[in-house]
Design a protein around this ligand. Structure first.
Ligand code: NAD
Length: 259
């Protein structure tokens, strides 16, 4: 049985009720996990309020923390709070990414250096930084799950800079899995099919991508946040105790098709 009772899970990347991280948090909660939620702080505190209003009542997180992954001090203080409150961490959900608009449409070669490095920093390096901070807290083993997309292994129109960031992220999964395996910390990625969210709306032609999947994918539909959440809950559970370093596709089968 899928049971996460007694597990402490830190979930990053909830922005609103369309976020994939929201689907994951709900399924971890349903499986009995004790949740901590981080949000991206902004000057006016709008994100904080929005995320708090969404998660507070249904999920009752025992930690609610600001964490901009571009800031090492915020990463450090997030995991310090985890150590103080929980003592140990079992699950880390890395469900965040960012690229400026000029990295998500037009010619790939036209992406400015600053757009390229910012996207790699937020979307790929952050997994390394957070895993390093999580490692000493995962004293009883653990599971780290990140979110990736087919555009990291194949060319998808307009995905551009984010495709390179996802390629780096998927390689991070393998290097981290190799390093952390002896500590019984598993690291995996979920490659989700396209879903309409705040982040995906920034990718040029996302609706066309979704319609294309509905035509081509074996299951003739896209996937939902909750379906991705179910897979994340599985990967975080003892049912997946032998799985690490893998990218699991949750995409209605789209990625197997040649034509
Ligand atoms: P989303 O906009 O709901 O989530 C993106 C999150 O990234 C937001 O919560 C945002 O606050 C966070 N974020 C951005 N910059 C940050 C920073 N500097 N520090 C901390 N957090 C930061 O969109 P989503 O589609 O749910 O994206 C979640 C993950 O799923 C991303 O990695 C995305 O690439 C991946 N993914 C999405 C799709 C899709 O079609 N939506 C498909 C496959 C993979």
């Amino acid at each position: 049985m899928l049971d996460l009772t007694g597990k402490n899970a830190l979930v990053t990347g909830i922005a609103n009720n369309r976020s994939i991280a929201w689907g994951i948090a709900q399924q971890l909660h349903k499986a009995g996990a004790n949740l901590g939620v981080t949000y991206l702080p902004d000057e006016k505190g709008r994100f904080e309020k929005k995320v708090r209003d969404l998660v507070e009542e249904p999920l009752k997180p025992s930690l609610f923390l600001p964490c901009d992954v571009q800031d090492d001090a915020q990463i450090q203080s997030t995991f310090e709070s985890v150590r103080e409150k929980w003592g140990k961490l079992d699950i880390l959900i890395h469900c965040l990414a960012f690229a400026d608009k000029d990295g998500l449409s037009g010619d790939f070669s036209g992406a400015p250096r600053s757009t390229f490095s910012k996207s790699l920093d937020i979307s790929a390096y952050s997994l390394v930084a957070m895993s390093a901070a999580a490692k000493p807290l995962m004293t009883e083993g653990g599971s780290i799950v990140t979110l990736t997309y087919l555009g990291g292994v194949r060319v998808i129109p307009n995905y551009n800079v984010m495709g390179v960031a996802k390629a780096a992220l998927e390689m991070n999964v393998r290097y981290l899995a190799s390093e952390l395996g002896p500590l019984n910390i598993r690291v995996n990625g979920i490659s989700a099919g396209p879903i309409r969210t705040l982040a995906s709306s920034a990718v040029g032609g996302i609706l066309d991508m979704i319609h294309h999947v509905e035509k081509i994918a074996p299951m003739q539909r896209t996937v939902t946040q909750l379906e991705v959440g179910n897979t994340a809950a599985f990967l975080c559970s003892d049912l997946a105790s032998g799985i690490t370093g893998q990218i699991l596709y949750v995409d209605s089968g789209y990625s197997i098709m040649g034509m």
